[in-house]
Design a protein around this ligand. Structure first.
Ligand SMILES: Cc1cc2nc3c(=O)[nH]c(=O)nc-3n(C[C@H](O)[C@H](O)[C@H](O)COP(=O)(O)OP(=O)(O)OC[C@H]3O[C@@H](n4cnc5c(N)ncnc54)[C@H](O)[C@@H]3O)c2cc1C
Ligand code: FES
Ligand code: FES
Length: 1380
């Protein structure tokens, strides 16, 4: 925080208001300043490392050299407050609000249903706003690019793009059919005018031809763009005039020619006065001239230059580095210029990457193509370099000087022999980026007193070709696994190599040059022989130890060859074009190889969401069944919605930072807090000895609030440091010294199996006679599949604020939790007070997904103890890395199967063993395993089943609930053997799947009868709407014509059991107060985490009471209004709370009945008034329990589920066989959600769950050291789906005419069931890999574990390159990482 600092005055503007800060601490970021000092809490902290965009703000500056105002988006979490001098900041609060007027960027995301939990929303609004300030009519590509640095975990992105598409100049059509027949615009007209959904082209199955009684109106309009206010750029807040008249020398000097002009321009403006800010530990100096800067550098050789702070900020925050002196070269003219020279384009080292992108794009457009080969390569790398917010501030010089081995630009600079100008008090010198420039891990040849002044990126010459490639886990905003720059220069008019440079990142501690390989290729002709020899040489030279840091060793080695092969083909293609057929080069390039040279391009997005409209005649104010907007969406879009950490700070509040174990399994020998106590602001170190009640906690009473003498996972909570501010408590926590005695950890499922480390309860579900089934089968297949875990990555991390009330042990806790009751119970238990003294309050969460069902209690109990001990309010919001480390996630599963089946693919018999990695405590692991076993059939009828479920006890943080709760893992393994069966039988997978589907009335393996089984209907509709069979043929054709790109397709059903499998949890309560003005305050047992539960509950109450939704309000969920609530989980919250709300409403209605009868024409308010004056209670509780539930594992009888939610999805993908990259081309989903309470919310749940599933099955990979240390602790290393990962074409259709008699207003649960449908993407990838393997003669079933990351895809596409990089023998080395 900006306190305790000394030095100059910092002057800047926030939302038009001038801020003069006299005590600036250079360690303070803009985000902290906004939230704490200015109370502007709309800007959110999601990660603190530039990886999520929740903190996006707009920065505006006056560029005095270019005489214009520049606006750009930036991450407030990395933006140093000291860099704000004479800058204007706009936050989400500065552009609109619900009291006066929403800005169109806020209104459109809200009304298009693009905000669920809302935690990401302000950041997304600000990215869009910054774009609109620069381009009021952007195109779709610009819109998509603007969001490269923003993440959303809830929505699945589609509605955000859909809403913002209305700003685009090319808006108007979904693009699916390019205005031809079937164009969405025609469809919408159809839908509006004639009631036809348009999806089935007026053919025999057209909805219009359906029987009268089935005919329903289908709509594809979840929102109406006609309601949007127009964007009026003249209405934007003005740039502060005080900054506009500044005649200071600021800005970028872009010079077409001539260095001298720089000084001419800049001499007219006067330099700023040098600034200096001193904080507790760090001093920031901002000099104004180069002379000053180099003198300062000579004086402080270890000082860090900071431009964008995107590297230094991370080092200081996450890597615990301290740089006491920071030099900011923002005002040095010689470092802020662009100059076209004879040899290329020179950039001052402080030029931002966005500027470089702009300048090079212009050069590429204007200069002859042969001159811009290197520029194009830089641009290709920048295309996938971080997000826009980072590129807007990160400098070119910063990227070089960071000297990261995975820098995207350094290989390009090395291969192109880019020249750098260095400066010091001794003068300037020019060096080339070559193999000697990087001298070690993050080290360069610069002397400590030297700085990088400028970078000259060269033009290419005639006969010179350049390419750059990068492969990352995720395409957008991800650091490279391997990256490269490749250059070849041919002898004149020939294809003989004169010079070649192949430079790689990700293959050593520095960017490297394949020197030996390059030497051997000189003088050789560019042909197949050269390619093959180069690959052999590279395989040898770019070798890696099997234990190399970063892991993925085989993949990285293969990539070096694949990239070269792509380069070879690209150059061959260009050569044959250039040499104009006077050669036989074109013959060396089969047409089926051409697509391997294509760079990734985005396809135009297209999507339609179809739902059944409410019946004609339904009252307008009855919103049930209508796409009502999430009732908090507008507040969320304006940054007004209050989350736990937005609660204003109490006067005497303390902050708590957890002290956690760095060992997975160890005895604690000592905890030394001596140094801690001397940190300014330190108050107290809490630990087990401070607990007034019981230290024992956890769902199975097998956990402790604080570790006593042994730690059982990295991240195990040992204590907590309390201090006056978050920064002080963090610093103090880092000073706690703990000594351990190591014990052997168990990390993986395999290790647990070997050591028989299991939790006690082992579950079995058996049906029929498995042995007989195998005997009667034509084939038996055995196999294994591993499904990795998943981090919840709710955008809002765990947070608790505990406020002791000072009387009788009372304490009020504001908690981000899905489970108030367990939080209350555990806090009461640790404090040794009855539950009635503990009040838990939840307004909303920034996402939960199961992660806040129980695991929030590990934080809430600690914070409660801290508040008890000190008598002060205590707050803690976990940093993203802490949250990922300590709070567990989805259980990894290992499934072993043996399946017997007939020649036609019909399954006879199945034997499966499921092992999950439970971590160090039981938590919800038994329930998760039971649900996995209940879903081992997915939607298939298996006559004979023998199954076993075992939870492994390991030394990882306890794994817990996650959307689907074991169901997705259980079903995934079913689809694995189903896919294998199809491959083994040589039959289309969809045929085998269809053959095995259940039918109405069938009994599941747990003997529950399937009633209202609609999978068959969903299946047929999905096949038809996706045009499955015709597209399958096109895919086969594509695969025949393309050797290195393959497409695949899969259609997958799902059947998801609805209800908690613990029967008593299927109960809910509600409390309804009607006030004398007729307004209704509703409370129920469920919590709002973005899923729209409160909105749906208000819809239910509105219909039941017969009053408009505007009269009903939900303020929060709390333990003093509805007691003993079940967690908001298992998808049933709408079902059970909806019925409880209904029940409460009915009670009120009954009481009102006499008044209605005596005044039938009266209004709601009249009846309420009458009831009040007649002393009738206007407060009612409601209660509901699901009937007839209960299942006995021993007898395999009873009913675990109230009903099932069904759906089917078909997905098509394209893989790059050389890099393992994949593109989600199209997904069609048909989902039975009964009669939807709110189609917009239900479609949002389907899309959000589906995209979260894409993350689970294709992207998100938790990586641990063999000792159990989690490496993936933030968005930098752990990749959830981004905007670019959703299917380009995304169609969702809610099944019509399928009312569900078992839930409120015939609806169905929807939160979890759609997640598994994303398995269609995984099996489409597997299908594509199968086609690739067939090219190498491999046609047998093969193993593909989840997630299908680029590494797994590439390694499975066996070919000549993979064979050159054989894997090291397992057991002969210690891998860098293991999967749990
Ligand atoms: C979310 C995120 C995503 C990222 N994605 C990518 C990516 O895709 N690819 C990639 O390659 N990198 C990536 N990075 C890394 C980083 O953004 C870049 O390295 C960036 O270019 C650094 O520039 P900066 O101005 O922010 O550097 P700073 O943090 O300001 O400085 C970085 C280092 O360079 C030194 N330095 C800066 N300028 C000079 C100079 N003129 N002379 C001497 N030393 C100097 C500093 O002292 C410091 O050591 C990412 C970072 C983040 C946070
Ligand atoms: S909080 Fe700044 S990017 Fe995540
Ligand atoms: S709405 Fe985007 S993270 Fe929740």
């Amino acid at each position: 925080m900006a306190s305790g600092g000394t030095g100059d005055e910092l002057v800047f503007f926030v939302n038009g208001k001038k801020v003069v800060e006299k005590n600036v601490d250079p360690e303070t970021t803009l985000l902290i300043y906004l939230r704490r000092k200015l109370g502007l809490c709309g800007t959110k902290l999601g990660c603190g490392e530039g990886g999520c965009g929740a903190c996006t703000v707009m920065i505006s500056k006056y560029d005095n050299l270019q005489k214009k105002i520049t606006h750009y988006s930036a991450n407030a979490c990395l933006f140093p407050i000291c860099a704000l001098h004479h800058v204007a900041v706009t936050t989400v609060e500065g552009i609109g609000n619900t009291k006066t007027r929403l800005h169109p960027a806020q209104e459109r995301i809200a009304k298009s249903h693009g905000s669920q939990c809302g935690f990401c929303t302000p950041g997304i609004v600000m990215s869009m706003y910054a774009l609109l300030r620069n381009a009021p009519e952007p195109n779709m590509e610009e819109i998509e690019d603007a969001f490269q640095g923003n993440l959303c975990r809830c929505t699945g992105y589609r509605p955000i793009l859909e809403g913002y598409r209305t700003f685009a100049k090319d808006w108007g059509c979904c693009g699916r059919a390019a205005n031809g027949p079937g164009c969405c615009k025609t469809e919408k007209e159809n839908s509006a005018n004639q009631g036809c959904c348009g999806k089935r082209g007026n053919g025999p199955s057209c909805c219009m031809n359906e029987k009268e009684e089935n005919a329903v109106t289908i709509s594809s309009s979840l929102f109406n763009p006609a309601e949007f206010q127009p964007l009026d750029p003249t209405q934007e807040p003005i740039f502060p005039p005080e900054l506009l008249v500044s005649d200071f020398r600021t800005g970028i000097c872009i010079l077409p020619w001539g260095y001298a002009a720089l000084y001419q321009e800049t001499q007219n403006s006067k330099p700023h006065k040098q600034l200096c800010f001193k904080g507790e530990r760090v001093m920031w100096i901002q000099p104004t001239t180069l002379q000053e800067l180099v003198a300062l550098k000579a004086q402080h050789p270890s000082a860090k230059l900071v431009v964008g702070n995107t590297e230094v900020g991370i080092e200081m925050r996450l890597k615990n580095m301290l740089y006491p002196v920071i030099l900011a070269p923002a005002w040095i003219p010689e470092m802020n210029f662009v100059q076209h020279t004879d040899k290329g384009i020179a950039f001052g080292a402080s030029c931002t990457l966005s500027l470089v992108e702009k300048v090079l794009s212009k050069a590429v457009a204007e200069l002859p193509p042969y001159k811009t080969e290197v520029f194009k390569a830089v641009l290709e790398q920048l295309r996938w370099f971080a997000g826009l917010q980072i590129r807007n501030v990160a400098s070119l010089g910063g990227n070089i000087m960071t000297a990261s081995p995975i820098s995207d630009l350094n290989p390009v600079f090395m291969a192109s022999e880019t020249q750098l100008t260095l400066a010091s008090t001794e003068g300037k010198r020019i060096v080339t980026v070559d193999e000697k420039f990087f001298t070690g891990y993050r080290k360069t040849m610069l002397k400590p007193e030297e700085i990088l002044l400028s970078i000259e990126i060269p033009y290419s010459r005639k006969g010179e070709y350049f390419s750059a490639f990068k492969q990352a886990t995720r395409r957008e905003d991800d650091i490279a696994i391997v990256t490269c720059g490749m250059r070849v220069l041919f002898q004149e008019d020939s294809h003989r190599v004169q010079k070649i440079k192949l430079s790689y990142g990700g293959m050593a501690p520095t960017t490297v040059l394949a020197v030996k390989t390059c030497q051997k290729l000189i003088g050789r002709d560019w042909n197949e022989k050269l390619m093959q020899e180069a690959c052999h040489l590279l395989a040898d030279e770019m070798n890696l130890s099997p234990s190399a840091p970063g892991g993925m060793v085989d993949f990285r080695r293969i990539l070096t060859l694949s990239f070269f092969f792509k380069f070879y083909l690209t150059v061959l293609q260009k050569l044959s074009q250039q040499l104009n057929g006077n050669n036989n080069l074109s013959e060396m390039l089969p047409s089926s190889y051409l697509s391997a040279t294509e760079l990734f391009h985005k396809d135009p997005i297209a999507n339609v969401q179809l739902f059944q409209e409410v019946p004609p005649g339904q009252a307008v104010e009855d919103t049930v069944g209508r796409p009502l907007v999430h009732l908090s969406a507008a507040k969320q879009a304006c940054g007004e919605a209050v989350y736990c950490d937005d609660i204003p700070h109490y006067e005497n509040e303390l902050y708590c930072t957890l002290v956690t174990s760095t060992k997975a399994h160890a005895k604690i020998i000592s905890v030394d807090t001596t140094e801690t106590q001397s940190v300014p602001g330190f108050v107290y170190f809490i630990s087990a000895k401070d607990i007034p009640g019981s230290n024992v906690t956890g769902i199975a009473n097998d956990e402790t609030v604080f570790a006593d003498d042994t730690v059982t996972c990295v991240g195990h909570i040992i204590g907590g440091v309390l201090a006056d501010t978050q920064e002080h408590s963090r610093k103090a926590a880092k000073a706690v010294k703990i000594k351990y005695e190591d014990l052997t950890p168990i990390v993986t499922i395999e290790e647990a199996i070997e050591k028989k480390s299991f939790f006690k309860r082992i579950r079995k579900i058996n049906k029929g006679n498995v042995q007989k089934g195998f005997e009667e089968s034509d084939h038996i297949l055995e196999g294994e599949m591993y499904i990795g875990g998943q981090e919840h990555f709710y955008l809002e991390t765990h947070c608790t604020v505990a406020v002791p009330k000072g009387e009788d042990g009372e304490m009020e806790l504001f908690v981000s939790t899905q489970n108030l009751t367990k939080t209350q119970e555990f806090v009461a238990n640790v404090l040794g007070v009855p539950s009635n003294r503990i009040l838990i309050r939840v307004k909303r969460m920034g996402g939960g997904f199961g992660g806040k069902e129980t695991r929030n209690t590990i934080l809430s109990t600690v914070v409660a103890v801290a508040a008890f001990k000190t008598g002060c309010p205590v707050r803690c919001m976990l940093d993203r890395d802490e949250d990922m480390l300590i709070s567990g996630g989805r259980h990894p599963f290992l499934g072993q199967y043996k399946v017997g089946f007939m020649n036609n693919g019909k399954v006879n018999s199945l034997e499966v063993s499921y092992y999950s990695n439970g971590g160090n405590s039981v938590d919800l692991s038994y329930g998760v395993m039971e649900r996995a076993l209940f879903h081992l059939d997915n939607a298939y009828n298996i006559p004979n089943v023998s199954s076993l479920g075992i939870v492994c006890k390991t030394n990882l943080s306890s794994n817990t609930a996650f959307r689907g709760f074991g169901g997705p893992q259980g079903m995934m393994i079913a689809e694995c053997w189903m896919h294998d069966i199809a491959m083994k039988c040589g039959l289309p997978a969809e045929q085998v799947r269809k053959l095995n589907l259940y039918n109405e009335g069938d009994l599941t393996h747990f003997n529950q009868k399937l009633e209202g089984f609609t999978v068959q209907r969903c299946w047929e509709e999905c096949l038809e709407s996706s045009n499955y069979h015709a597209r399958r043929k096109l895919i086969d054709e594509f695969n025949r014509q393309n050797r290195w790109k393959k497409r695949g397709m899969a259609i997958i059903p799902t059947k998801f059991g609805i209800s908690f499998t613990v029967p008593f949890l299927n109960q809910a309560g509600a409390l309804l107060h009607v006030y004398t003005d007729g307004s209704v305050l509703l409370t129920h047992g469920g919590t709002e985490m973005g899923q729209g539960l409160h909105t749906k509950m208000i819809q239910v109450a509105s219909r039941t009471l017969g009053i408009p939704t505007s009269k009903i309000y939900i303020s929060e969920t709390s333990t003093n209004t509805v007691p003993n609530t079940s967690p908001t989980a298992a998808s049933v919250s709408s079902d059970i709370n909806g019925m409880a709300v209904y029940n409460a409403c009915q009670t009120i209605l009954k009481r009102l009945e006499p008044f209605k009868q005596s005044n039938p024409k009266g209004s709601w308010e009249d009846w309420i008034q009458a009831a009040y004056v007649n002393c009738v209670s206007l407060s009612a509780t409601g209660f509901y329990r699901m009937p007839d539930l209960g299942y006995d594992f021993d007898k395999n009888e009873g009913k675990p589920f109230c009903y099932f939610t069904y759906g089917v999805a078909s997905s098509e993908v394209e893989i790059d066989c050389l890099t393992g990259d994949h593109k989600n081309l199209r997904t069609d989903i048909v989902m039975d959600v009964g009669t939807s309470l709110n189609p917009a919310i239900d479609v949002g749940q389907i899309e959000g769950a589906f995209v979260q599933g894409i993350g689970l099955f294709t992207l998100e990979e938790l990586r641990y050291s063999p000792e159990g240390n989690l490496y993936t602790r933030g968005p930098g290393m752990y990749k959830i789906p981004a905007f670019g990962d959703i299917p380009s074409e995304f169609y969702v259709s809610l099944l019509r005419n399928c009312p569900n008699s078992k839930a409120i207003y015939s609806s169905k649960a929807v939160g979890e069931p759609p997640l598994f449908l994303s398995a269609s993407v995984f099996y489409a990838i597997k299908d594509a890999i199968f086609s690739a393997r067939r090219e190498s003669g491999l046609t047998e079933p093969f193993r593909l574990d989840s997630p299908a990351t680029p590494e797994r895809i590439r390694n499975a596409c066996v070919d000549i390159f993979t064979k050159l990089c054989p894997s090291a023998e397992p057991g002969t080395f210690k891998p860098w990482s293991v999967r749990a």
